[in-house]
Write a protein that binds this ligand. Structure first.
Ligand SMILES: Nc1ncnc2c1ncn2[C@@H]1O[C@H](COP(=O)(O)OP(=O)(O)OP(=O)(O)O)[C@@H](O)[C@H]1O
Ligand SMILES: [Mg+2]
Length: 1037
């Protein structure tokens, strides 16, 4: 902090240190300093970067002493106690002209607008409140020697808030506009801004409508020497003002009539009068140049003659150098009670070279404000000590009540005397008024006059005769009495106001309601001074009901430039504003006080018992705290709700310790904060990571899903394709089949059809005939074959009819024969089959080998010629046979000795043959077939055969048998057949020759067959030729 932010803590406290501190801070752009809760504001005369929205946020809802001094801190404090504690507030901004009051009031309003509620309706109200300033300043501010934007009227704005602290609207009260400035401005000053703004900023079109010229020099009311002010852009300001008027709620027509009025005033200034003596001896004024008058009348809609008459007949003064002190009383207050914040920005105390009634009134007003400041500050302080049960000793300070009394006293106050003079019958002049002052106020210590009976000022040449001087709280001011009476009277002749009322211009009529003939009031209107005094009284009363907040503006130099700090000038202001006294009063009892709660809150970290929380009552906590900090007991006092600290040093010590402690705490807070921040950051990261992961997983799964999906689709499509191809193949195949079937059917049908129709075709006739012929031939041929018999013996076969059938003919013959034989064989029974087989065997053995054979072919093989089973003669023999008899016949056994035969029964079974006696049936010889070695027969047609036995066998001893039989073929065949079918025996050899040996008992005898004529019949005869030879002669065939 630069210097000391709160003067209460200034040490040592004297005027020099006070100003040094201000200067030090001012040099470092710290333009605000506190005296307790009072804000001292130094005008920087340049824009500083300390009114940004960030600053607004910084000061919002913060305690007054928490941050460096700022006007925002005061505005915030006021707004919050208004909103939270329901206390109406007023912000009193004082200081001399150019000290920055108007700027301060705007800053307060803009801060309040920024921090209070938001919303469409609320914003509109805020805008209207803020935009009222440019309009009021255009019509009420002017450049003066002291200030380029000096307020020439007093302004008090009550801003109303609802229970939440949202602005509802405002009531603006204006006090005493310096009207005389319209007609005349001191050197180096100019008229109200609006005239210059209109001429510079209005469009050509507007100016033409208003019958105005852009040239300032054409208007008497506009002083030329200082028409242009550095840093003021009148044209831009005009646009701002027009815009602001629109926002505030002026209708377009209303703006127009206001501008017409402004133009009319400019025209009025150009009207010049010339004196004329009339016959009746009175002087009369006449309008010199009637052009301006005409234009003015056109603008306002007044008949020229009416106005001219009003000017000429009554008015004696050449120019309307008059001044009204009419006070525009505050508009009707709203009925429901709202919270109110009043902002008072009144013209500052001013001392000019030539001070008149206006300055007198302005300074009186400032005097009253100073009074209220002193009174409220002291009273509040005093009351607080009493309230808090603290001992209080009175502090000396200059009370300007005495000056106020000099001016406003009802009996002998200056204003009362002025009124008296004005109302007194007889000749009344400013001089008679001064005389009266001289007599009545002579004794007053703050009144000075040359003609005072008090000879003190008789030689004071700085005090002219026509003047009086008042020692105001802020300095001595010399007032020239000239014009006091007139200005106080503020009379506008009735015929003038009536003439104005006749105007068709509606605004004009509203401005002169007294001109209405229906409301003629013969009573004298109250004087300007009286009205002003009354309204100031009302204002003061109003302010006293509210909680005051002071902003004391100080002007650092007279040159309106930045960076210059004129010590003497500041010292003068500090002195008359009583700022040092203010600090003293504040420090007299106890320099510093604070509610227990906030004190404990601020310093609780200095004591372990109170840190971080004190559970008991705050007062006990503070006691514990201060004792713990070993603050001397005389240094503080316990009030009811506050702790009072006597010496700023004590506070400093506490602050110092607090600061040291705060560093530790800051580290702790930093530590915890960093921990918290890292943790939060970490949690955020973690959360984000989870979110990212979730999203990524989703994304990945989506991708995977998409892949699977597309893969599935591919597979599906392949499978579908494959299936489809299969089906297609199938269908194609079926189609082909169908086509083939159709084709075949078509061909078949075609063939059918062709076949059916072929016969109808001549081309086929040859073949058909051929076929037919062939068919007929074949038919005939086959039918011809029918003549052949089914006998296998039948060898006949028709001759072949055609050479081409030769192969078929022989084949058919063979096939037919085979088939015929097969058929024939098929008829055979088993026995017959056996018979034929025997026959076949006989044929195989004897055919073409023995002459006897052919004769045997036709003889069936009977086998049992003896009927051995039936014939009882052979019953005995039959029973002697162990096996079935296959052949039984009667044979001749050839005797070796004579060649004669003796009959014997020959029986053949499967295993042996038996020779039995023909008569007795006695078995002569039974030879087992295995003993039979061979059978010998001749080639002749004889019936001899020899059964040769195997040499060495049991039967061989009897010798071979030479037998003859009529059934030779059958016997031999059967013998042979048995040999063939028996598996255990060798086949019996059959020798067919005409000479063979037969073994009779001892000898071998040769049997020889010869052909010769049979002598004894047809049968062959055997004859013994010698021992060794038997000759058989066989008849020749
Ligand atoms: N806080 C500020 N920051 C920047 N410039 C400022 C500030 N306050 C005042 N000024 C400058 O000082 C000039 C005069 O201020 P302002 O009009 O507020 O004086 P005033 O006290 O209202 O005077 P008067 O009594 O004549 O109306 C302003 O036009 C502006 O240029
Ligand atoms: Mg101002």
């Amino acid at each position: 902090m630069i210097g000391v932010g709160d003067m209460v803590l200034l040490e040592p406290l004297n005027e020099d240190s006070f100003i040094m501190n201000l200067r030090n801070r001012f040099d470092h752009n710290e333009i605000y300093t506190y005296i307790g809760s009072v804000v001292i504001s130094m005008n920087p005369y340049r824009s500083l970067p300390i009114y940004t929205p960030q600053k607004v946020e910084e000061y919002r809802n913060r305690n007054f002493y928490e941050l460096s001094p700022h006007i925002y801190a005061l505005a915030d404090e006021a707004y919050r106690s208004l909103r939270d504690q329901d206390k109406d507030q007023c912000i009193l901004i004082t200081g001399e002209s150019g000290a920055g009051k108007t700027e301060a009031s705007k800053l307060v309003m803009s801060y309040v607008a920024a921090v209070c509620g938001k919303g469409q309706e609320v914003n509109k109200v805020k805008e209207q409140l803020l935009q009222s300033n440019p309009v009021l300043e255009a019509f009420g501010n002017a450049k003066t020697m002291r200030n380029d934007n000096s307020s020439r009227f007093g302004k008090y704005m009550d801003i109303e808030f609802d229970f939440k602290g949202d602005p509802l609207g405002g009531v603006i009260s204006n006090y005493l506009l310096e009207k005389s400035r319209v007609c005349k401005q001191p050197r180096g000053e100019r008229n109200f801004h609006i005239f210059y703004q209109l001429l510079s900023g209005a469009s050509d079109d507007t100016l033409m409508k208003l019958k105005l010229d852009r040239d300032f020099s054409k208007y008497n009311y506009l002083s030329l020497d200082s028409a242009n002010v550095n840093g003021l852009d009148d044209a831009a300001s005009f646009r701002t003002v027009r815009n602001a008027m629109q926002i505030v709620g002026f209708m377009e027509a209303e703006v127009q009539s206001v501008l017409e009025l402004v133009a009319a005033v400019l025209k009025l200034g150009n009207i010049e009068f010339k004196p004329e003596s009339r016959v009746n001896g009175f002087d009369e004024s006449r309008v010199k140049d009637k052009n301006d008058l005409k234009e003015m009348c056109e603008l306002l809609g007044i008949e020229q003659s009416v106005l001219e008459r009003a000017f000429s007949y009554r008015t004696v003064e050449a120019k309307m150098e008059k001044m009204s002190t009419t006070l525009n009383v505050a508009q009707a207050q709203a009925k429901t009670r709202h919270k109110v914040m009043g902002v008072l920005d009144i013209y500052g105390f001013e001392i000019f070279e030539d001070n008149s009634f206006e300055q007198f009134i302005i300074n009186y007003c400032n005097e009253k404000l100073q009074q209220i400041f002193i009174e409220l500050t002291l009273r509040e302080e005093q009351e607080e000590y009493i309230r808090e049960d603290i001992e209080w000793t009175n502090i000396e300070y200059f009370n300007n009540a005495v000056i106020c009394d000099l001016i406003e006293n009802n009996q002998n106050g200056i204003l009362a005397m002025l009124d008296e003079e004005c109302l007194r019958p007889g000749t009344v002049t400013d001089d008679t008024f001064l005389d009266k002052l001289n007599t009545i106020c002579a004794e007053h210590q703050h009144f000075e006059s040359r003609l005072n009976k008090n000879s003190k000022f008789l030689t004071d040449h700085s005090l002219p005769h026509s003047c009086f001087r008042i020692q105001h709280y802020a300095g001595k001011v010399l007032y020239r009495v000239e014009g006091f009476v007139d200005k106080n009277n503020d009379l506008l002749y009735r015929d003038l106001s009536q003439a104005m009322y006749k105007a068709t211009h509606s605004l004009m009529r509203q401005l002169f309601p007294e001109g209405n003939p229906a409301k003629v009031n013969l009573k004298r209107p109250p004087t300007a001074g009286f009205q002003f005094k009354a309204s100031v009284g009302v204002l003061m009363k109003n302010l006293q009901t509210k909680n005051p907040n002071y902003i004391r503006c100080i002007k650092p130099n007279d040159k309106k430039v930045a960076h210059i700090f004129t010590d003497s000038l500041v010292c003068h202001q500090v002195r008359y504003l009583g700022l040092v006294e203010n600090v003293r009063v504040r420090r007299a009892g106890y320099a510093f006080r604070q509610p227990y709660e906030s004190c404990l809150e601020r310093y609780k970290m200095l004591c372990k018992k109170t840190w971080p929380h004190w559970r008991g009552p705050a007062r006990d906590g503070v006691e514990v705290l201060l004792t713990d900090c070993s603050v001397p007991t005389e240094e503080f006092a316990y009030g009811r709700s506050k702790i009072f600290i006597r010496n700023p040093r004590t506070l400093f010590t506490l602050e110092e310790r607090r600061r040291a402690c705060l560093e530790d705490l800051a580290t702790l807070i930093q530590k915890i904060y960093r921990g918290w921040k890292s943790r939060t950051h970490f949690l955020l990261l973690k959360k984000s990571q989870v979110v990212v992961a979730a999203w990524y997983r989703r994304y990945a799964q989506q991708n995977k899903y998409q892949k699977i999906k597309s893969a599935t689709l591919v597979m599906q499509s392949f499978i579908r394709g494959w299936k489809a191809r299969n089906i297609l193949r199938q269908l194609k195949y079926e189609k082909r089949c169908k086509e083939a079937v159709t084709t075949i059917a078509a061909y078949w049908h075609g063939t059918q059809v062709r076949r059916e129709y072929r016969k109808f075709f001549r081309a086929n006739a040859g073949k058909k005939i051929y076929d037919f012929t062939i068919q007929r031939i074949m038919q005939k041929y086959f039918l011809g074959l029918k003549t052949t018999t089914m006998s296998p013996m039948d060898n006949s076969w028709p001759a072949k009819p055609y050479g081409f059938l030769e192969g078929a003919h022989t084949q058919l013959r063979r096939i037919f024969h085979l088939w015929r034989c097969k058929k024939y064989r098929g008829q055979f029974t088993e026995e017959k089959k056996a018979v034929y087989e025997e026959k076949l065997e006989a044929s195989e053995i004897f055919k073409d080998k023995k002459a006897l054979y052919p004769s045997s072919v036709s003889q069936p093989f009977k086998g049992d010629y003896l009927e051995i089973q039936k014939n009882p003669k052979y019953q005995k023999l039959n029973s002697a046979m162990e096996e079935k008899v296959l052949l039984a016949d009667l044979v001749n056994k050839i005797n070796r000795a004579n060649g004669k035969g003796s009959p014997r029964l020959f029986l053949l079974t499967k295993s042996n043959f038996v020779l039995a006696d023909q008569k007795t049936g006695q078995v002569k010889a039974s030879v087992p077939l295995p003993d039979l070695a061979s059978v010998s027969v001749s080639t002749q047609s004889d019936g001899f055969f020899a059964l040769k036995l195997k040499e060495g066998s049991a039967s061989a001893s009897k010798g071979d048998f030479l037998l003859s039989s009529e059934h030779l073929i059958e016997i031999i065949t059967k013998l042979h057949r048995i040999g063939t079918t028996a598996a255990d025996r060798d086949q019996i050899n059959i020798d067919i020759s005409d000479e063979f040996l037969v073994q009779f008992k001892q000898d071998k005898v040769c049997v020889k067959f010869i052909q010769g004529g049979p002598k004894n019949g047809n049968s062959a005869a055997c004859k013994r030729k010698n021992n060794r030879l038997l000759e058989v002669s066989v008849p020749s065939p």
